[in-house]
Structure formats: C-alpha cells, structure tokens
Design a protein around this ligand. Sequence first.
Ligand code: 6AU
Length: 263
Amino acid sequence: MGGDSWGLRWDAANDSFSRQYMQTAADKQSLVCFAADLQTVDEVRETVETIGPYIACLKLHVDIVKDWTSDGWKEVCNLAKELGVLIWEDRKFADIGRVSRQQMAGAVDIRSWADIVTAHLISGPDIVKGLMDGWKDVGRVGGVLLLAQMSSRGNLLIPNYTKSVVEQGKEMDGVIGFIGNGSNPTDVQSLRELVGEGKMIWTPGINLNTGDGVAGQQYGHPRDAVLAGADCLIVGSGIYRSEDPVNAAKEYARVSWNALLER
Ligand code: 6AU
C-alpha cells in the first residue's frame, strides 16, 4: 500500500490525482517527475521509454516541441498511460477564467490529454474554475498545481504572495498542490508550514549538482527538498543532459525514495 511510506500525506492529500501519484511513486520507489523539455516528439518518446521504470510523473511543455502532431503526441500519451504515470502539461496558465478555459482547447487541445496543468493565481481564483471547466467540456477531470514559489533567480513570488496563493488554493477542490522552490530547502519548509499536510508540494530546481544553472535557474539537492517537505521532485536536464540518462533517472529515484523513507 502506498500509505505505508507516505505517512500523514496519504490520508490528508486524498484527492484522486494525489493518490494516484503517491501510489505510482510507492510502486516504483521514485518521487521523480521527468521534465521532458525536448524539441521533438521522438526525443520525448524515446527518452520516456528508456527511463520509464524510474519516474512517477511525466511533465511536458507542448509548446517546446517543434514537430508536434496529434498522432505523434498520442503515442507519447499512450506510453505514459502504459507506464502508469500522470501526464502534466506545464503550460503556466495565468489569464482570466474564460480565456484559460479556451486555452485548454485550441490547436493542441490540452484538456483532452493532460491530467494536470500548472497555473499562476495572479489573475484571481476564477482561473481554477476556468481550467476545471475546460476539462469538463470534454467529459474529463483534471488537477491544478498552483505556483506558490519559483526556482528562478529574482522571481517576484514574494512571501506575502506565496501566503495568499496557499490560503486560497488550500480551499479549492481542483487544486491538488503547489509548486515550491526546490533549490532552497528553507523555502520548501516554510511553504510546507503554510500548506499543512492536506496538499502536495512539487518542486523544480532539483539537481544532484547544486548551485546555479542555465539562465537564472537554481538547483537544490533532491534529499534536502524531500526532507523539507517536497512530495515530488521535478528533474529535467539532470536526467536528459546526463551522459547516461537511465542511470541518472535511477539515481534520482533512489535518492528521492530514501529521503521519503527517512522523512
Ligand atoms: O530540471 P530543469 O532545470 O532542467 O527543468 C526544470 C523544469 C522546467 C521548468 O519549466 C519547470 O521545471 N519549473 C517550474 C514548474 C515545474 O512549474 C517552476 C519553476 O519555478 N521552475 C522550473 O524550473 O521544465
């Protein structure tokens, strides 16, 4: 049972997406969400095929892919389903509710294949309703991760903003959790204090080599993030830029899972 390793979080974060993620993570002994920031459908599919056994979620940026086709994407999504991992489109929605709902449709039709999307709460709470309505338009249900913190240098998500996002997001049904700053365990810890046990914290800015990354990205160690309260570690270049992505994925999985058991 997933609950044995997840402790309080298993009972408290009991929406179906959090549960599915926690169960998959327990089955695979990995808290790794792979950030497939790759430019072609083949690269995404081939990488996910090889590291599949070591990841618990797949995060996509559909607008990075140069040769996107509906059929090619279906193959990627089917692969994710075979691997039992949730599909997260990291399109950081930020518009008014009506437009966000429309953006869930459009050419790439995010609402039809993504289980999770990311949103800023900068435009107010109706963005969450807009996104949920987007899924409802095609008879589906999904979950929203709200950006409460970011990992990039100089970002404007200051503590008071974080607090407001969490206060509102905690009460919203469609919100399955929050993005926290994985590069800084103190930030993750203070976010966990605000969030309590009832929602997940997923953290980007994770690398076994800590410090500054490309273009203002910052990295913290996977173990520190989990001990500080992160439930899912988003790792992109730490895996796909590695000389041996399979072994890298395995190592991130091992470190993250041991940290959860330690927590
Ligand atoms: O491991 P990386 O640095 O190669 O990739 C990190 C991934 C990227 C970013 O779009 C995303 O995590 N990200 C996010 C997310 C997930 O919302 C927020 C943030 O503050 N920083 C960040 O890097 O795909």
